[in-house]
Design a protein around this ligand. Structure first.
Ligand SMILES: [Zn+2]
Length: 308
């Protein structure tokens, strides 16, 4: 059985009704069949568009409860179209583009949806990188070059980890915001993203000195020899300036890093439908987030260096 729509024609015929979207979503949410969170019963039937009732204890549960679709007043068919569109945008999606495509009344809705979807781009408990991995940090934003190991006004330090697949080129990447370039920041950055025992290639910066004792095989080279990490850094910067016109605030940068990682790691995937399914899978696993929560730190007057 096909598990994801292969093309637009399939997409349209599979997801033409709310019931069809609901059934697909329940398949992703309960891959081994429905389980009642109250009594553990495996039987339930749909009683309203999105709501199931447990046959054991009559508990009623919406398939969207506890997912990013919770509290949305828009039909799932519209959400599905949004996700299909987002996964098809090679260089990333803009809120204006999404608003136009869906015919949404408000820019705010489109903007909030994109932020919700960015949060779904990281799979909870995703695999760590392994093998040979290049690690470096780069400053994003601001006008003057930053001094290593210290903060610089208007700049954010981003850690980059890239798998070196030898003749096959670049493997997967992981990105993350760093408080600074000290060992206290860099060691956990590596531990959170790379399997112990892997070979880590870095430059000779003192912040990487503890990798060997943290259980990695550490190789240090000259800064300019970290070709893969430098390539990813420059592509990332170009993407932030190009697709998002540099209009990314510090508060949201982490989520843009997630979007970039999602797109980069799937850059060779020829199945748009598979990306669509992966994003939906994550979307039913992560906690719901409200518009208020997304903007809680970005209301009011912005400092001069608010955007990166
Ligand atoms: Zn029950």
């Amino acid at each position: 059985m096909e598990t994801f729509p292969k093309d637009l024609a399939k997409f349209e015929s599979w997801f033409s009704s709310e019931q069809a979207c609901r059934d697909y979503l329940s398949g992703l949410r309960w891959p081994n069949g429905f389980i009642c969170p109250r009594c553990g019963s495996h039987k339930a039937w749909p009683i309203r568009a999105l709501v199931y009732e447990c046959s054991g204890c009559h508990y009623q549960l919406s398939v969207t409860a506890g997912t990013i679709f919770q509290d949305s007043h828009k039909p799932l068919t519209v959400w599905f179209r949004a996700i299909w569109w987002v996964t098809g945008q090679k260089n990333g999606a803009s809120a204006l583009g999404l608003k136009r495509m869906l015919g949404l009344g408000s820019y705010r809705t489109a903007w909030t949806w994109l932020h919700k979807l960015r949060r779904a781009m990281v799979r909870p408990g995703r695999d760590k990188l392994s093998g040979v991995v290049e690690v470096d940090e780069t400053y994003i934003g601001g006008e003057k070059p930053g001094k290593r190991g210290r903060g610089a006004a208007g700049k954010v330090l981003v850690g980059i980890a890239v798998e070196d697949k030898g003749d096959e080129g670049i493997g997967r990447v992981r990105l993350g915001m760093l408080a600074d370039a000290s060992g206290d920041s860099l060691t956990p950055f590596v531990q959170d993203r790379i399997v112990g025992g892997s070979t880590i290639r870095t430059d000779e910066w003192v912040g990487y000195n503890r990798l060997e004792s943290a259980g990695y095989h550490h190789v240090s080279s000259k800064k300019n020899e970290l070709k893969l990490a430098h390539l990813v850094a420059s592509l990332l910067k170009r993407w932030l300036l190009g697709t998002h016109h540099g209009a990314v605030s510090h508060e949201h940068l982490a989520y843009y890093l997630d979007e970039y990682t999602f797109r980069f790691n799937r850059r060779t995937s020829t199945h748009r439908g598979k990306l669509f399914m992966r994003l939906l899978e994550n979307a039913v696993q992560i906690e719901p987030v409200t518009h208020g929560k997304i903007i809680q730190h970005v209301r009011g007057r912005k400092p001069k260096d608010h955007n990166i």
